[in-house]
Design a protein around this ligand. Structure first.
Ligand code: GDP
Length: 332
């Protein structure tokens, strides 16, 4: 087999039973659909291969497998689907009886693992918005235990599953996607390092590197992430994009993008905190949280940011040129 994995975009496969919430997740995360609108989504009955690479830094394909399709059908090219796939997200509806879903999960994971043992298996225990805190934890424990037992019984004890509690009605789905995507970014340690250096030299408390379109954060500094800060930063992106869309077109150029080289904004909250957003490249923005007295040294922040931005550019340039070199070699 020829593996050209380095040149290929990392691919994420989204699977799960019918009505588990796959299309809703895709629409909410990548197409800014509001969660309530998903109530009216038509059920999908075909395999949808979506490439969002034009608008997002996160270059991957989503294969949406509606539950009723038998993807073990010999006409189904599972070699191809699983072969180049970086992560397989399996969505389980936690508000429904999940026995059938677990059966399906075992089937899918064992099949995929045989074809490609390097896949990250990510289980989204989904629609947890309807569950109490206790019930959520119990459900996660139960699904975790059953799923790993099933794999053990099938002789696949070496396969690792990661679990995430998700809902489209809050930020948990973005947080989970961020974790899935981060595992697929080989430059992650370098990005984290750059962020650490940047914040410690600029008196910034927290910084996220965001994919603007999806609001997935592809990296953050190594201080712990609390959901509230992440949500604040997500909201900041929405505000900036909305304001740009409304007022940014005054130049008369209707095609002017809402996010460009000049995009930057600061929002001062009444608790002494400032949110600060800067464009990094076509897809990425840096969003930071800092105390408002730290903003007095804006000149220093600006300077450090210029260095940080240049660093990021270099990281991705190196990667690109490596890709070109690797593409010339094929492995057998
Ligand atoms: P698919 O067949 O897997 O693509 O499932 P859909 O995306 O069509 O979703 C099925 C139903 O689940 C829709 O009515 C959605 O509104 C609902 N749904 C999806 N995600 C969530 C969630 O996080 N919480 C709740 N309460 N409902 C959800």
């Amino acid at each position: 087999t020829i593996i050209s994995g380095i040149e290929q975009k990392p691919r994420i496969v989204l699977m799960g039973l019918r009505r588990s919430g796959k299309s809703s997740i895709q629409k909410v995360v990548f197409h800014k659909m509001s969660p309530n609108e998903t109530l009216f989504l038509e059920s999908t009955n075909k395999v949808v291969k979506e490439d969002i690479s034009n608008s997002s830094f996160v270059q991957f394909h989503i294969w949406d497998f509606p539950g009723q399709i038998d993807f073990f059908d010999p006409t189904f090219d599972s070699e191809n689907i699983f072969g180049g796939c970086g992560a397989l997200i399996f969505v389980i509806d936690a508000q429904d009886d999940y026995m059938e879903a677990l059966e399906r999960l075992r089937h899918t994971v064992t099949r995929a693992y045989k074809i490609n043992p390097r896949i990250n298996f990510e289980v989204f225990i989904h629609k947890v918005d309807g569950l109490s805190e206790d019930y959520k934890m119990d459900t996660q424990r139960d699904i975790h235990a059953r799923a790993t037992d099933d794999l053990y019984d099938a002789g696949f004890e070496q396969v690792h599953l990661s679990f995430h509690l998700t809902s489209i009605y809050d930020h948990s789905i973005f947080e989970a996607f961020s974790k899935v995507v981060q595992k697929l970014i080989p430059q992650l340690p370098t990005l984290e390092n750059l962020l650490n250096i940047f914040i410690s030299n600029s008196a910034i408390e927290k910084a996220f590197l965001f994919d603007v379109v999806s609001k997935i954060y592809i990296a953050t500094d190594s201080s712990p992430v609390d959901m509230q800060s992440y949500e604040l930063c997500c909201d900041m992106i929405d505000v900036v994009i909305d304001v740009s869309c409304i007022y940014g077109l005054m130049s008369g150029d209707e095609l002017a993008p809402a996010f460009d080289r000049h995009s930057q904004a600061s929002i001062r909250l009444n608790n002494g905190t400032v949110l600060h957003l800067r464009e990094v490249n076509r897809f990425l923005a840096l969003v930071c949280i800092l105390r408002d007295d730290a903003m007095e040294k804006q000149g220093m922040i600006d300077y450090n940011f210029t260095m940080f931005r240049a660093g990021i550019q270099k990281v991705f340039e190196v990667r690109k040129s490596q890709n070109r070199k690797m593409a010339a070699i094929s492995f057998t």
